[in-house]
Design a protein around this ligand. Structure first.
Ligand SMILES: Cc1cc2nc3c(=O)[nH]c(=O)nc-3n(C[C@H](O)[C@H](O)[C@H](O)COP(=O)(O)O)c2cc1C
Length: 202
């Protein structure tokens, strides 16, 4: 897959195209290949963006995990739609996607939580993500509290923690090219025609 070839032909299926790019990024020197910027809208339709890690991708969408009481979770509760973007700087690639957002099943959240290091599991219990923290000591104390509470026991997934899946209905792929003649193409999901691929001026 030579993405910078002038005659590069993207797959008609953006899922296949993204899988190929994601693999390429994961096998590259990119420091955080799974990091994606995730934009949501707050209750006043003000856009809000932050970075989360994409822990899974397949035909059903992009999965990330978070705190269900966080600001992003509250925003998704009101408007379950998100826009996301990956930027792989060393490869000069960007991918954007948009779509409806759904919570992952409890089983999926728990199975991912179980795979996490113990410190991260305790951290999830100790953090009331996006709420005001008076002192850093308060957080460290909460961490210690849960550490002794779960002492050598299995740490269960907190009820307020789990995943979301962004189910894409739009993709845009961007390949940096010389002379700013970048290669851009988008896929829009049409109810009758399926994915419609078009090129865009850079
Ligand atoms: C590289 C990187 C990866 C991150 N990954 C996650 C993640 O997977 N889940 C998460 O909840 N927050 C993650 N964060 C923190 C979020 O960017 C954000 O600060 C936090 O989720 C609170 O956002 P909110 O107040 O909009 O809900 C990450 C931050 C960085 C810089």
């Amino acid at each position: 897959m030579n993405l910078t070839a002038e005659d590069y032909r993207p797959s008609p299926d953006p899922i296949i195209e993204f899988k190929n790019w994601f693999e390429k990024a994961k096998n590259s020197m990119e420091p955080e290949p799974t990091a994606m910027s995730l934009a949501t809208l707050d209750k006043d339709s003000k856009p809000r963006v932050r970075v989360v890690l994409c822990k899974d991708f397949d035909e059903s969408g992009f999965v990330f995990f978070t705190n269900y009481d966080s600001n992003k979770a509250k925003e998704l509760e009101i408007k379950p739609y998100a826009s996301l973007s990956f930027h792989w700087k060393t490869l000069e690639l960007q991918v954007r996607a948009e779509g409806k957002v759904q919570k992952t099943s409890r089983q999926e959240s728990e199975s991912y939580f179980d795979s996490r290091p113990r410190e991260s599991q305790i951290g999830a219990w100790a953090s009331s993500q996006s709420r005001v923290l008076n002192t850093r000591k308060d957080l460290l104390d909460k961490y210690k509290e849960y550490e002794s509470k779960f002492d050598k026991k299995k740490i269960v997934c907190p009820p307020f923690w789990g995943g979301y899946r962004v189910i894409p209905d739009y993709f845009e792929f961007w390949i940096g090219m010389p002379g700013r003649l970048h290669n851009r193409f988008q896929y829009m999901k049409d109810k009758k025609m399926g994915w419609v691929l078009t090129r865009l001026y850079p």
